[in-house]
Design a protein around this ligand. Sequence first.
Ligand code: GLN
Length: 312
Amino acid sequence: MSALLLKKPGKQMNAKCIGELLIKGELFLKGNGIIDAEQEAVLLLSYLLSRERSYIYINRNMPVPSIKIEKFNQWLKMRSGGTPLQYITGFQNFMGLEFAVTKKVLIPRPETELLVEKVIQLIEMFPERKQICLLDIGVGSGVIPITICHYFKDKNKNIDFHAVDISSEAIGLASRNARRLHCQNNIHFFQGNLFQPFRRKEQFGYFDGIISNPPYISKNEWDNLPDEIRLFEPALALLGGEKGIDFYKIIIKEAPEFLKPGGFLALEIGHQQKNIVCRLINDNTNFQEEIKTFRDYYQNDRGIIAFKRASC
Ligand code: GLN
């Protein structure tokens, strides 16, 4: 008997097909309180097999190798224990791009896509400007600079991004994401605290825009966050001090020193922080009085854009 024939029946006995795993996964997740059990089972299988979700639906009879089944079972257990899906698969989609994520960085949120869209619109308002110099404070997985650079690729605009994070793990991951998504030549990464790496003006000059989705959860909100966030995502990326505004205070105070005249400051904010953050900006005479604000899909206040005065 040939080796091939000997091997085949064994493999088939161990193998289960996609459809069976899908049902098993859904039932297991549902039984453990996961609300979107079906969607999540499909997503886990699609990452497990490195296939599109549609492939999972269409190929229900396709056998799955036992090593993958073992991994799937592990993933189901992790998910049922509360680990966010993204830390299991290692990826999160953001504006159509796949970003690697680890438990050392915040999982990118759809709300932040709005901030990116607003910044893209701002940049597009000046078609004659071919060279744009931007700074992202608290880069995390790198979603903000990478999606902006990716968008302007081949659009006859040179984006020169600087990105900083206090976490060296975040800087490592964001650099890897930049390379994976072919934006590494546009983004310079720095490990450091807020503006600290950019103090040497002769080296860095001034920025056309500063963007940040800083940690903005207050102490009170933190205590009430779902376990899935509080126990798994890094506090460093979420907690903004007692009232959640510590980082806004520093960024708003220091940003004008690093912005060109007329340059913008675009911030994501918590849904109850519009008034306090607007006040911080209005109290700083280096900013123009007019502030733009925007809401998210749930109609919660989610972002603020302010401009440095043209002469100061
Ligand atoms: N800029 C990253 C994001 O928006 C990380 C933000 C953070 O860690 N607070 O996902």
